[in-house]
Design a protein around this ligand. Structure first.
Ligand code: CMC
Length: 429
């Protein structure tokens, strides 16, 4: 059986054999389909990229129907259970293999030597208003890094590129924690490079007068697992933004700031904040049926439910749900847990959700843990952005090295006015 697709154009009666590769056809192969020689040729129309692969990637695999997620072939459940550090998983995403002992030591060393930020960046952060949203501060500060490291624009130089990867992964927790301390009016805490990636982050967030901060091991572990679960998710909105901005060959700080901005939206990484606000608004279990009714009437969405790719339980949500109980052993139960469980129970039995295959996603339970750990709600998207930086960088690097790629530039179907002549102001109706 030939690996081709035969297309019959009923407008002309012409037949075309289009090669099939990896269960896909190349959109450019459709351009030969024309009615007249001077036609532009056939395009596909695919708003929101519902059925368009724009890259060949080897980083993350998702089977949305089966609820499967792999980083470089490793199931997310195994990484969450066995990886002892976030940096190990970040290495895996960026290098394709789990690091051996010397490799992880060198990787840790290099990242930890880039955790401090320039004092002028600190000053820049001090300039934000006392009530600035931490994600707004995070995005702006990431972007500002490009002005401190102008050599970062040499994106095709492997050594320069590698250095910016160390810098970004090393500095994002520091910038995030400084944004938090700023909003609290508390002094900034400098990185403690003897702690783990998650432990150091907790130290920069919560250290007060003690000479040395010792993170609670259960909370440190929980944060490590949450970081691992959020590290990558193939071609989602923010990753696609990272690739798209990066395709113009701008430096990775500017691209990362754009990706973080995309992540902030309530349909993407801002959903964890939206879930908690929704639970606050619902308030008690007896209001759940009324809320579900409103959702079914199309008046609102159930935040933390549904996914473009998963049409089954999000495997990350399963891990997080279990993790929540471990965290609550230490912090005490988040009172909103019962409400979330009730919402999930009713939704999963309801025909509206069943028919549309709407299940809890990664954001449904993560906010409950974050809140129990003392993170304010508006900080949740920042907690998502810290680990996702590793994923964005892995995709940015893959994109730059891919000979198939060029600057991202979609086509449009133009439905506006045809050419017309200028009308002077006094002649306009
Ligand atoms: N509550 C109620 N109905 C929903 C929801 C929801 N959360 N999500 C989808 N639907 C309905 C939607 O109205 C549509 O119904 P109909 O066929 O009658 O028009 C159907 O389900 C299909 O939805 P869609 O909007 O075509 O799906 P999409 O793939 O474009 O959107 C989504 C995916 C994640 C944006 C959407 O499910 C959503 O808005 N969910 C709530 C926000 C959220 O939790 N986002 C986090 C996603 S996971 C983490 C991440 O990506 O960062």
């Amino acid at each position: 059986m030939p690996d081709t697709l035969t297309i019959l154009d009923n407008r002309t009666g012409k037949k075309y054999d289009i090669p099939i590769e990896n269960d896909a056809i190349r959109a450019m192969d459709l351009r030969q389909i024309k009615v007249k020689d001077d036609d532009f040729g056939m395009m596909t129309y695919d708003p929101a990229f519902m059925n368009t692969a724009s890259v060949k990637s080897r980083i993350t695999y998702i089977d949305g129907d089966k609820g499967i997620l792999h980083y470089r072939g490793y199931p997310i459940e195994q990484l969450a259970e066995h990886s002892t550090s976030f940096l190990e998983v970040a290495y895996l995403l960026l290098h394709g293999e789990l690091p051996n002992s010397p490799q992880i030591d060198a990787w840790r060393h290099n990242i930890k030597h880039h955790t401090f930020i320039h004092e002028s960046i600190k000053k820049l952060m001090e300039g934000f208003r006392y009530d600035a949203h931490p994600m707004g501060m995070f995005i702006s500060t990431i972007s500002a890094l490009s002005t401190f490291y102008p050599e970062a624009k040499e994106i095709l130089n492997p050594e320069v590129r590698q250095k910016q990867i160390y810098r970004l992964i090393g500095k994002v927790p520091t910038i995030a924690a400084f944004a938090y301390r700023h909003s609290k009016g508390m002094p900034y805490i400098y990185p403690d490079n003897n702690l783990t990636y998650a432990g150091n982050f907790l130290s920069m967030m919560y250290k007060i007068g003690e000479p040395r901060y010792t993170p609670n091991p259960v909370l440190e572990h929980a944060l490590t697992v949450l970081f691992i679960l959020h590290a990558d998710h193939e071609q989602n909105c923010s990753t696609n933004t990272m690739r798209s901005i990066g395709s113009s060959h701008i430096d990775p700080f500017s691209a990362c700031a754009g990706a973080a901005a995309a992540l902030w939206g309530p349909l993407h990484g801002g959903a964890n904040e939206a879930v908690l606000r929704m639970l606050d608004e619902i308030g008690s279990k007896d209001k759940v049926p009324e809320i579900i009714k409103g959702v079914k009437e199309g008046k609102r969405k159930l935040m933390g439910f549904g996914h473009r790719i998963y049409k089954n339980y999000d495997p990350r949500a399963k891990v997080i749900k279990k993790l929540a109980y471990e965290v609550f052993e230490v912090t005490g139960k988040n009172p909103k847990l019962d409400l979330a469980l009730e919402l999930e129970r009713i939704a999963l039995e309801d025909e509206y959700f069943v028919k549309r295959k709407l299940y809890p996603n990664v954001d449904f339970y993560s906010g409950l843990i974050y809140e129990a750990m003392g993170f304010p709600m508006d900080f949740f998207p920042v907690l998502f952005a810290i680990p996702r930086t590793a994923g964005w960088l892995a995709h940015w690097q893959e994109h730059l090295d891919d000979p198939d790629q060029k600057i991202a530039r979609p086509r449009q179907i133009f439905l506006g006015a045809a050419k017309r002549n200028w009308v002077p102001l006094n002649k306009r109706s």
